[in-house]
Write a protein that binds this ligand. Structure first.
Ligand SMILES: Cc1cc2nc3c(=O)[nH]c(=O)nc-3n(C[C@H](O)[C@H](O)[C@H](O)COP(=O)(O)O)c2cc1C
Length: 208
């Protein structure tokens, strides 16, 4: 059964713009994949811990040399990577916090972007992503208006996520945003409508 892994990062359970846009995208994805399921990971309800010294040691220790403390320190990473690799597609909803990702999402990233599991080196010694054949859908909510304003130079959220998921091998990274959520209701409505139309268009093409 096809699985969409959905990761939510906003602490706002209600009235979250990033979650609301993800709800729409999820509905379209389910329409396009009859019989599919959604696996939900809510980082606000169940935060991921920061990596520790033994986590890092474990990341670089060959399987045959792993000890029980190292296995324990990398167990959460193993579980989260298995969850990611087991899914057919990824949907992340996230706010912009201080021009980048919120800490709960960064903690998840530090557990899943891992040497020899999600990225490694090819025979020529070049870095390569190890996640194959998947699309990442990302919905973001941003308080100010960035698109079309000088603030876009301080957007370290969307370029970062696009580069990061490309780096670990995602074939496609598609980002949809709601901007101006704490500024201007008209601009907010316009950016939401634009993103909803883009989502509808994308899945209309996928189904066609
Ligand atoms: C801690 C914090 C940091 C924020 N940083 C920014 C920021 O750097 N730029 C911005 O435009 N909005 C910022 N905002 C506003 C949020 O991006 C905005 O409220 C967004 O809608 C939150 O996503 P949500 O609606 O899914 O919860 C910040 C909000 C909080 C609480």
């Amino acid at each position: 059964m096809p699985t969409l892994l959905r990761i939510d990062a906003s602490p706002r359970a209600d009235n979250s713009h990033s979650r609301s846009l993800a709800d729409e995208l999820q509905a379209r994805w389910l329409d396009a994949h009859p019989g599919a399921q959604v696996q939900l990971r809510d980082l606000a309800k169940e935060p991921i811990g920061p990596i520790e010294n033994d986590t890092i040691v474990g990341y670089y220790t060959p399987e045959g040399d792993m000890t029980d403390p190292l296995r324990q320190a990398t167990a959460q990473s193993d579980m989260l990577i298995d969850e990611l690799l087991g899914a057919d597609a990824l949907l992340i909803s996230t706010p912009m916090y201080n021009f980048s990702v919120p800490a709960v999402l960064k903690a998840w990233i530090d557990q899943v972007v891992r040497i020899n599991r999600t990225f490694g080196f090819n025979e020529d010694g070049d870095l390569q992503g190890l996640v194959k054949g998947k699309t990442a859908y990302i919905t973001t909510a941003i308080g100010a208006q960035f698109t079309g304003t000088p603030l876009v130079a301080m957007d370290f959220l969307r370029p970062y996520l696009k580069s990061l998921f490309g780096f670990i091998g995602f074939e496609q990274v598609k980002i949809f945003s709601v901007e101006s959520t704490s500024m201007d209701e008209n601009q907010l409505a316009l950016s939401r409508e634009k993103s909803l139309a883009e989502i509808a268009d994308l899945f209309a093409k996928e189904v066609a």
